[in-house]
Structures are given as C-alpha cells and as structure tokens.
Design a protein around this ligand. Structure first.
Ligand SMILES: Cc1ncc(COP(=O)(O)O)c(C=O)c1O
Length: 441
C-alpha cells in the first residue's frame, strides 16, 4: 500500500482539474491557490501541452545524458541561458529542487578545489530561516533547525546567519549583509566555499523580500572573500516574482543559480542549475568533467515540455500578467488586515504571503501550540481553498504565515474567489483565535 507523509490524514482524491480548480471523486471543488507548492504555474487541465508532451513521448522513451542529446534539449538550454543574467553561460537540467541544490554545491566544491588546489574551501553559509531541500547537502544548508534535528547524525555541519526580516528584523541592507561578512571572517575566508540564499525567501518564512541593496552588498562581500554566491530561485524564480530571474529584480548576478518547481508546469519534475562561464571553464581546465549526475539529468522529455511551457509563458506575456495580478492580489489581501490578527501582506508578483500575529502592535506571534496557521489551512480547505503555510520560523520556534501563489494565468474571477475563501476562513476562525493569543511577554 502507498504511504503518505501524514500517516493519519485522509487526502482528497483528485480526479480532474481545470484552470485554478481541482475536482475530487466525491464531487468537491478546490480552488488551488498555490499550485501545490508553486508548481502548477499554468493551472490544471492543460490539453494542448499534454498533447504536445504525448507527441514527444511517442518518439523516444529515454536517453541517458552521458550518451545522447536531442535538438529540443539543446534548444531549451540555449533559451534558458539567453534569458539568464549574462554571466551565466551554461545550464544543467535536474529533476527536483533538492537535486539541483546538491548539484550546485558539488559544482561549487569541485570548481574551488580545482582552482585552489586544496580541499579547504568546504563551508557553506546559508540563512536562517531558509529552505533548500530535503536531501543530504540541501537539508544541511536548510535554515530550519527542527527539520535538520532528526537527521543531524547524517548531515555535514554548515553555517547560518539570520535572514533579512523586514517585518521584525534590524531592517537595513548593510546590517543584514554584515552578518555574512562577520560569519566569513569568523569561519576563515579560506575555508568558506559559498553563500546560498533565496533572493526572495519562500516557504520557510511566508515570503521574505530583502531590503533594497541587500543582495548587492552580499555580492560585494562574496567577491571580497572569494566566496561563491548561489541564488536558490527554486520557489521565487522562473517568473513567480514577475521576472524570469528573481535575482535580476535586485540587479545581482550570482555565480550559480537554481530554478525548479514550475519549469515544466508540474507535468514533469524539472529543475535547472545555471553556472558562470568561469566555473564551467575552470572545471573543464582542472578536471575535465563534472563528476556528478543522475539517471534523469538532462531528461529529454522534461526539456521538451519545459521548452513548451517557456514558449507558452512568453507567447501569452504571462510575466506582465503575473506583475499585474500580483498587485491586485496584494491590494485585496491587504483588506484582510482588518482582522486584528492578520498583518504584513508582502511579496512580489504572484509570490505573496501574510503574517498571523497575536498582537499587531508588538508583532507578537501566537504560541506555536495554538497551531493557528494549521487551523487556517484546514478551515480554508473545508471551504474549498488550497493554501500553503510557513510555521516555526522565529528563533523561539514560533511564527505563523500563509502563502498564496496562484497560477501565472490566474483570472480576475479566480482571484476574487480566492480572497473570498480566505475572508470566510478568517471570519470562521476569528472567535476561537481570540482565545489562543497566550500571555504577552
Ligand atoms: C527555495 C527552495 N529550494 C529548494 C527546494 C527543494 O525543492 P524540491 O522540493 O523540489 O526538492 C525548495 C522546495 O520547496 C525551495 O523552496
């Protein structure tokens, strides 16, 4: 029998989808306000795309990336690189975001080992909160201590600095970036390999947009100490924030960049690792080949679908739509701050979130035991809305926020319905949430 992550949970059985809506086998309808986890970027029921995918499937079943390539695979690589920041000259396709993070870290390590002729550069610095995946290296650099705790014995020790937190944190770009420089100096620049950061933090803190200038400061610090800058755009990239690359919104060119999630609109697992020419040529010079790959690296069918998804987004100018609808969505979500436990609607493009707090004046979170974000998700689901949350991201293990990530082609009516579901959910919960506030410190 199949087992799921939540052993006790009864999962709705979805039998079809159309646009932002999903339908289960008991006749219930769900507005998928998050595309699962920001993956179904074109919604559901993609008839033309599915037909094109089936057409590609008819030609070839599978090609190993070390043996063959295809015209579509090459064309897709060219297209991705043409859109990327101009220092990123190469791209390698993976399956999940975690695969891509593992790949990025190994790429960084192999490059630096070749360049310096030593293995000393091995420490990766990451932010807390921050999320980079569930596999070994990716989990080791994930700034969610509770996620790492259970597997601590398996993981290499890495280094963390506080993520910029515009809602509660010290605010200025310089102050946030200085934490990185201090950490590099503390650990020894000769041992620091890379800084991995989400340009806009996603699932680990209910969206964290950095203060203006933060990433530029970070870029300068990395350059000063020969530390590679890796931008993890698995969640915030590929158009989610209204541009193909979230780092471009901040005028920053990373050495390595990672995308994933919706690259194949959810029809296939597909992620990408972009690398600078210096890295690829360095590895080529020093060792010949990149000593890493999976069975499904550079998967031809995933690339064929990815290429069609990219063309679809471009043809329909969906990134402009993302920017426009994102503005509308944040305005509408701001109306929900009329509830005295809803605050700080934030985000870029269709990457939006808001905070649930016990006290707005002091920004005091709810006790974690109250599980307020979980209650919101559960009640929203009962009302026919599928949302996403972030919990426990503050240093004391509290923190509740809700994420909203509708498809790039979301309609006005779907946005209206989404906000109505949330409003109804908050109204339902308002009386019980008043009893959950816990004592002020
Ligand atoms: C920023 C970021 N990096 C990496 C990952 C890992 O991706 P996956 O779950 O596809 O392995 C995620 C997943 O949510 C993510 O948000």
């Amino acid at each position: 029998m199949l087992f799921h992550r939540r052993f006790e949970h009864r999962y709705p059985r979805i039998v079809r989808g159309q646009g932002a809506y999903l339908y289960d086998d008991e006749g219930r309808v769900y507005l998928d306000a998050v595309g699962g986890a920001g993956v179904a970027i074109l919604g559901h029921g993609l008839e033309r795309l599915a037909r094109a995918a089936a057409e590609s499937m008819r030609h070839v079943s599978y090609l190993h990336g070390t043996q063959f390539t295809t015209p579509e695979l090459e064309a897709y690589g060219e297209r991705l690189v043409a859109l990327a920041p101009d220092n990123l000259s190469h791209v390698l396709l993976m399956g999940s975001g975690s695969d891509a993070v593992e790949t990025a870290l190994k790429l960084a390590y192999q490059y630096q080992a070749g360049k310096t002729g030593t293995r000393r550069k091995r420490k990766v610095i990451a932010t807390q909160p921050g999320y980079h995946g569930a596999t070994g290296l990716a989990l080791a650099v994930t700034g969610k201590p509770r996620d790492r705790l259970l597997f601590q014995g398996l993981l290499p020790e890495q280094c963390f600095i506080p993520a910029p937190d515009a809602y509660r944190g010290p605010g200025s770009a310089e102050a946030c970036a200085m934490a990185l420089e201090r950490k590099i100096l503390e650990e020894g620049p000769e041992e620091c390999l890379a800084f991995i950061v989400e340009p806009v933090i996603g699932a680990s803190m209910g969206i964290g947009v950095p203060p203006p200038g933060y990433l530029q400061e970070v870029r300068a610090i990395c350059d000063r100490h020969d530390v590679l800058l890796i931008c993890d755009e698995v969640m915030c990239g590929f158009g989610r924030c209204g541009e193909w690359f979230a780092s471009s919104l901040f005028g920053v060119k990373p050495d390595i960049l990672i995308q994933g999630k919706g690259m194949a609109a959810g029809l296939m697992p597909l992620s990408a690792v972009y690398a600078s020419r210096a890295i690829v040529e360095g590895i080529h010079r020093d060792g010949g080949n990149f000593a890493h790959g999976f069975t499904f690296t550079n998967h031809a069918l995933a690339a064929a679908i990815g290429l069609r998804v990219l063309e679809h987004v471009e043809r329909h100018d969906l990134l402009s739509h993302v920017r426009r609808q994102g503005q509308v969505l944040r305005e509408r979500l701001s109306e929900l701050t009329a509830f005295d436990w809803v605050d700080d609607v934030r985000g870029l493009g269709l990457f939006c979130g808001f905070e649930l707090v016990a006290d707005k004046a002091t920004r005091r979170p709810f006790p974690r035991s109250a599980k307020v974000a979980e209650r919101v998700l559960q009640r929203a689901m009962a009302r026919g809305g599928n949302f996403y949350f972030s919990i426990g991201y503050l240093p004391d293990g509290t923190g509740d926020s809700i994420l909203v990530m509708p498809p790039y082609n979301v309609t006005d009516e779907e946005l209206e319905h989404l906000v109505d579901i949330l409003r109804g959910t908050l109204e339902d919960l308002d009386p019980e949430v008043r009893t959950l506030r816990g004592p002020a410190a």
